[in-house]
Design a binder for this molecule. Structure first.
Ligand code: HEM
Length: 396
């Protein structure tokens, strides 16, 4: 990257090399313990490693602060924010910092740099999912990761593939808006939307079958915990922090912007997304959904071939979206989080989620989201079950 100053480059090189090695060494130490959740940065084996991690990071970041604003453009700033964020998240993971123990982050320099960059770019001042997935540049075939453990790489590879596939679906659905549901080529877009979701389902399956549960839970997931930047605590990153999934929800019509449960999710999520994604999602929140468009056609149109064809394809897209959501909930969240958390001590159990709320609360909330996406028949949430049954009847 031609926009990188020497201080930026040095820090990036450290993140890609020594930082990753230190984390990997520490993970192997914790993983070999009889209690894998007992993370102590002060033992005679861990202390030299966690000290090196904290102090080397601090030195690189102090040099960056001293350098001041270099006006290197959005991409360079966002990338640097990601590196500072990886460092802060690792400090949280190794219990060098712990938000409930502190009122502000002890990482003073890192906080200052992260807040300056985050605020100037219009994003949250912590690392977000895109830093490790869609906006994680590879050098000579290697992208950034916390550790060199193969399960972290597998997790990141398939998170990125899942995100990109959801994005393809979202893009295809967005292209229908200016064309309209009766356009002769809208079916083409619905086909692309289907393919994207079929890919998501394939990648979810691979994660479910190939990711090692113990490694994921003990050595990967802990880097996604909430941490403080300055005084504020920011929730952890998760693979859902991109606009596409919500664009799909809103355009299909299964979730609605005026549902306070769903709009709360969106409000909390905006700053975890890139500014251009924020803009796309805002725009979508103002649009009529394809479901509502399909249901508002005149009685004469209901018997026309386009309605039957596009309607049937639309229902297939809905079905796949629901299926991918139930896979996420019943397979990934269940196997890798809920089941594993049951074996944890009460104290560790309470800190399992990336978003902060206790696990049972989070699981109930995620279940609601899944049921909205599956249009499950429920009268306690605004599920579109009835409308979808009506559409099915009209197409039959
Ligand atoms: C959110 C688990 C992979 C999409 C979440 C949350 C959990 C979770 C627990 C709630 C946030 C929190 O922790 O507080 C997992 C696990 C995975 C996995 C264990 C794999 C081992 C994926 C993949 C995608 C994805 C591949 C596809 C892009 C989402 C979305 C959300 C989310 C969209 C936000 C809530 C929503 O809109 O449904 N995930 N996830 N996840 N995840 Fe995953």
């Amino acid at each position: 990257n031609g926009n990188q100053t020497a201080a930026v480059k040095n820090f990036d090189l450290w993140i890609r090399n020594d930082f990753k090695q230190l984390n990997t060494q520490l993970e192997e130490i914790y993983f070999a313990q009889s209690d894998r959740s007992d993370v102590n940065c002060q033992t005679s084996v861990t202390k030299p490693l966690t000290n090196e991690l904290t102090e080397a990071g601090r030195t690189y970041i102090a040099a960056l602060l001293k350098e001041g604003n270099t006006d290197s453009g959005f991409d360079a700033g966002f990338d640097l924010l990601g590196n500072v964020g990886l460092y802060m998240a690792a400090c949280r993971r190794h219990d060098i910092t712990e938000p409930s123990r502190e009122t502000k982050s002890p990482l003073i320099e890192a906080s200052a740099l992260a807040m300056q960059i985050g605020a100037s770019l219009g994003v949250t001042p912590r690392f977000s999912t895109s830093h490790l997935t869609t906006h994680n540049s590879a050098i000579n075939g290697l992208y950034k990761s916390f550790t060199s453990l193969e399960d972290e790489i597998l997790f990141l590879d398939y998170n990125t593939r899942g995100i990109l596939a959801y994005m393809r679906t979202a893009d295809a659905l967005l292209k229908i808006l200016p064309m309209g549901i009766s356009h002769p080529l809208t079916g083409d877009m619905l086909h692309v939307a289907k393919q994207g979701l079929q890919d998501v389902i394939k990648y979810n399956d691979i994660l479910f079958n190939e990711l090692n549960v113990e490694r994921f839970f003990h050595c990967v997931r802990p880097y996604y915990k909430p941490y403080r930047v300055g005084q504020n605590e920011y929730r952890g990153a998760n693979a859902g922090d991109f606009a596409g999934i919500n664009v799909i929800d809103l355009l299909l019509g299964v979730c609605q912007g005026d549902d306070p449960y769903y709009s709360q999710i969106l409000v909390d999520k905006f700053l975890f997304m890139l500014p251009e994604e924020q803009a796309t999602l805002r725009d979508c929140m103002r649009r009529e959904s394809l479901l509502d468009s399909m249901l508002s056609v005149t009685p004469e149109q209901i018997s026309s071939p386009w309605f039957k064809e596009n309607g049937a394809l639309f229902l297939e897209v809905l079905e796949l979206h629901g299926y991918a959501a139930s896979q996420h909930h019943n397979q990934l969240v269940e196997r890798f989080i809920a089941q594993m958390a049951k074996n944890e001590s009460q104290q560790a159990y309470e800190k399992v989620t990336a978003s902060g709320p206790p696990l049972p609360v989070l699981l109930r909330s995620l279940e609601k989201l899944k049921d909205l996406r599956c249009a499950t028949e429920r009268d306690d949430i605004p599920s579109r079950y009835a409308e979808i049954q009506l559409l099915k009847a009209r197409i039959a």
